[in-house]
Design a protein around this ligand. Structure first.
Ligand code: SAM
Length: 217
């Protein structure tokens, strides 16, 4: 991927909107953007981390949470602000983002992981799992959501976001229904598309975000 000089530490709107399913390309992009990420997302009025943290705390009382695709740690910080005091594991493919997540002191453990592969965690290892802003980069939605459910104990919750423009093309409603049909999870909330990055001209009202909160069975 080629970056313009002036974009070395910033984001590339076209790339962000398009997304990528190539973990190496994604890692390189987020490694490069990591130092500017929090300020950029703040300037775009990114609320998803605090919304998801609120859902996780409202619908579960976990001792251990996995933040899948933790990035620079915005969700971890939001979980701590929402009162979570247990073990918090973060996993991401971007080493530089993980380094910055470590500086938040929100996480108990941080691991390099590719969410397009099976997770290196035992069955039922967590009481909740959060995955915020990540599914853009994970085309095989059903594989990932089934893996999320595997590592969360029965009764725990999975809280994920999915961009509006990937919702139907990646058949998310059908995936949700299949996981219900075979007894993998029970949805608590499947939201309509809500504002995602209202301060970013590339997204504005065009690209919202769906929140999915589901209880693992
Ligand atoms: C938009 S950021 C979201 C970060 C954080 N969850 C937040 O809400 O600020 C997307 C994150 O997903 C991570 N990511 C994308 N594809 C991944 C994959 N296959 N495995 C692990 N992490 C991935 C990126 O490295 C990046 O940190």
């Amino acid at each position: 991927m080629v970056f313009e000089d002036e974009q070395q530490s910033g984001s590339d709107g076209d790339w962000l909107v398009r997304g990528s399913g190539d973990p190496e390309e994604v890692a390189a992009y987020y490694d490069r953007w990591a130092t500017g990420y929090d300020d950029d997302l703040d300037s775009w009025s990114y609320r998803a981390p605090s919304v998801v943290a609120g859902f996780a705390m409202e619908h579960s009382a976990p001792q251990r949470i996995l933040d899948a695709g933790c990035g620079t740690g915005l969700v971890g910080v939001a979980l701590r602000a929402a009162g979570f005091e247990g073990e918090l594991h973060g996993a991401d493919v971007s080493e530089e983002s993980l380094r910055l997540a470590g500086e938040t002191n929100a996480y108990t453990m941080l691991t390099t992981a590719n969410l397009q592969e099976p997770l290196d965690f035992d069955d039922d290892a967590f009481g909740a799992l959060t995955c915020v802003g990540v599914m853009t980069y994970v085309p095989a939605v059903e594989d990932a959501w089934r893996e999320f459910c595997r590592v969360v104990e029965p009764g725990g919750v999975v809280v994920v976001t999915q961009r509006e423009d990937f919702w139907e093309p990646r058949e998310c409603p059908m995936v949700i229904d299949r996981l219900v049909a075979d007894g993998t999870w029970e949805p608590i909330l499947v939201s309509d598309a809500e504002p995602y990055l209202p301060g970013n001209d590339d997204y504005t009202d065009e690209i919202g975000v769906h929140y999915v909160v589901a209880r693992v069975r």
